[in-house]
Design a protein around this ligand. Sequence first.
Ligand SMILES: Nc1nc2c(ncn2[C@@H]2O[C@H](COP(=O)(O)OP(=O)(O)OP(=O)(O)O)[C@@H](O)[C@H]2O)c(=O)[nH]1
Ligand SMILES: [Mg+2]
Length: 196
Amino acid sequence: MTKVKKALFLTSAPSIKEAPPPTLSEVAFIGRSNVGKSSLINALLNRKNLAKSSSTPGKTRLINFFDVELQKDEKVFPMRFVDLPGYGYAKASKSLKNEWQKSLSDFLRKREAVRLFLMLRDARHPQMEIDLRALEFIESILRGDQKILIVFTKADKLKQKELASLKKKFDDPFLVSSTTRRGIEELREEIVKEVF
Ligand SMILES: Nc1nc2c(ncn2[C@@H]2O[C@H](COP(=O)(O)OP(=O)(O)OP(=O)(O)O)[C@@H](O)[C@H]2O)c(=O)[nH]1
Ligand SMILES: [Mg+2]
């Protein structure tokens, strides 16, 4: 079992310029606004409101850093979780959108500490055009020391039939629910495998 040894909010930054020194391996949580990034961070870290989640899309506007230690047996794995602003928030003003998009894409392209991109997709809408474009973008900038892991969120919202069809469409998809905690343990374990 992979346990949570430490989970602390470190700091928020409006852009990469204000980000903390890149001293630890980072896991970047990416996905559409409201897909469940902040909730997943809380579930993975066994904390209720460490990352601020909300039913109002566009909640996370800054880049938020969390210092994390996961532990398996006697081994401790220090890393940083990065909660990013979501993309595709329809109601944001154009200038705000551009600013977000710029600070998000700057961070994704330039932040050397990122080892793993956790790309979240809503299990109910697994083929959204905007997610496919985001994935293409990450693939186009991916360095040799970086990996991508696609995770489908809100699995609790799917009926058995829909679950079966998702599993058929995507070979062995990572399915999680922050509500029921389905897949949370497994994802923690996988993060350690991918980063270390
Ligand atoms: N049913 C269900 N609801 C979830 C799950 N995860 C998140 N939610 C809900 O979805 C909404 C958005 O969750 P957040 O975690 O704030 O989403 P986010 O991706 O951080 O959103 P932004 O910060 O706006 O980019 C909230 O109302 C959550 O309670 C889940 O696994 N199941
Ligand atoms: Mg958020």
